[in-house]
Design a protein around this ligand. Structure first.
Ligand code: FEO
Length: 392
């Protein structure tokens, strides 16, 4: 892909990765992704904001062919999908200085072996003049690592946000064209890598309040030329109350746990609670992460196998613990053959979750009428808890 002009003297550079299906060997990317870099040409100096994943650095280097000089390479984030091509850019433009937070500098030196002499570090709120354009650096830790910052281009009222507000979508559209699609992709992205850092993100959002932001240019996905909606969406995901939703990841080996899941689902729906089921043998784990953004309650459906929870249920529970959703209640349902420690094992896997654990329902083999009645009680309790908390 060739470079593309966004505004006068501001260009999109980068690469569209149509084929990538997994990030960090963990996060599903059903729609691929982009690695966006931006080039800002001031009247006196030129700055490159971020680079691309090393696997696609040839594209970036070709796009830089027409530019005789780069004075600054702004590194918002040390992760390789944005910083991995910095060594190659520095080789072509040895006069360039890498602009980063002190923390990012240390990480880039460790991760990419960029020498100390290549850096200029900046403080929160510091500005850098390119002549007729001014870059202002705003620290935004934990979007998505502790060293991250964003750049506000003052004259153009534009925010270059790196991972913050990003979405994994491979597309040739430079700006958001399908808000619904981007909303889903951005929510998936938030759920998978930013949800655990909600309090830091709340602070970052608050720090951005004083800026007139007319465009957000993230380093993944499309550019927001009407950014209000994505900032509103982030506010809801970060600080909004949980919704009247139960997320129910489950696995069933011989159908008994499935019967429990189906009965509980019907009972909850009867109480006016929305339920999202995820059969862990077929589910896209990113969809589960997305559902966790809003859910008030998580119920794990886990049969007992080899004396403990089914490994797929254990994986979903560990993932929920790592993502730290804002759910307030949790329960466990499942069947067993002769015994085991499913409840104790799963309960021990969620130290990060600030949840009230509601009475689990475990049955021996196929569920009996007594088990179904216990599920009815659990559904009633969940619905009442949601009502008491005014979750909508
Ligand atoms: Fe897109 Fe945290 O890297």
């Amino acid at each position: 892909m060739n470079k593309r002009q966004i505004m006068e003297k501001i260009y999109w550079l980068g690469a569209v990765d149509w084929d990538r299906r997994l990030f960090d060997s963990l996060i599903p990317l059903p729609d691929g992704t982009t690695y966006n870099a931006y080039l800002v040409e001031g009247s006196e100096k030129t700055a490159l904001l971020d680079t691309v994943d090393p696997s696609m650095s040839d594209e970036l280097m070709a796009q830089l062919d027409g530019f005789p000089r780069i004075d600054f390479i702004v590194s918002h984030h040390a992760e390789q999908d944005h910083s991995g091509a910095i060594p190659r850019v520095l080789k072509r433009f040895p006069e360039a200085k890498v602009v980063a937070t002190p923390k990012a500098k240390g990480m880039l030196m460790d991760l990419l072996k960029i020498p100390d002499s290549a850096f200029v570090t900046v403080q929160d709120g510091e500005t850098l003049s390119l002549g007729d354009k001014t870059l202002k650096f705003i620290y935004t830790p934990w979007v998505h690592w502790p060293e991250t910052m964003v750049t506000y281009l003052q004259e153009n009222k534009s925010l270059f946000s790196c991972d913050f507000f990003g979405s994994h979508i491979a597309t040739t559209d430079l700006f958001v064209t399908d808000q619904g699609r981007v909303h889903e992709a951005a929510k998936r992205y938030f759920a998978e890598i930013m949800m655990p850092f909600r309090s830091a993100i709340e602070k970052n959002m608050s720090n951005l309040k004083g800026y007139d932001i007319q465009m957000i240019a993230p380093s993944h996905g499309q550019i927001y030329d009407r950014p209000a909606w994505i900032m509103d969406a982030y506010r809801d995901w970060v600080t909004g109350p949980p919704h009247n939703v139960v997320v129910l990841p489950f696995v069933s080996m011989h159908g008994s746990t499935r019967q429990l899941v189906d009965h509980l689902t019907s009972a909850l729906v009867g109480h006016g609670v929305r339920v999202e089921l995820f059969n862990l043998t077929v589910t896209d784990i990113g969809k589960l992460a997305m559902a966790l953004v809003d859910a008030a309650t998580v119920v794990v459906g886990a049969p007992t196998v080899l004396g403990g929870p089914h490994p797929l249920a254990a994986y979903a529970t560990l993932l929920a613990n790592a993502l730290r959703p804002k759910a307030k209640f949790l329960s466990i349902i499942g069947s067993y053959g002769w015994g085991g420690k499913t409840v104790e094992t799963l309960a021990g896997m969620i130290p990060n979750l600030k949840v009230e654990v509601l009475e689990p329902v475990l049955c021996k083999g196929l569920p009996s009428e007594t088990d179904f009645k216990a599920l009815d009680r659990l559904a009633g309790k969940i619905a009442q808890k949601h009502k008491d908390n005014d979750f909508k």
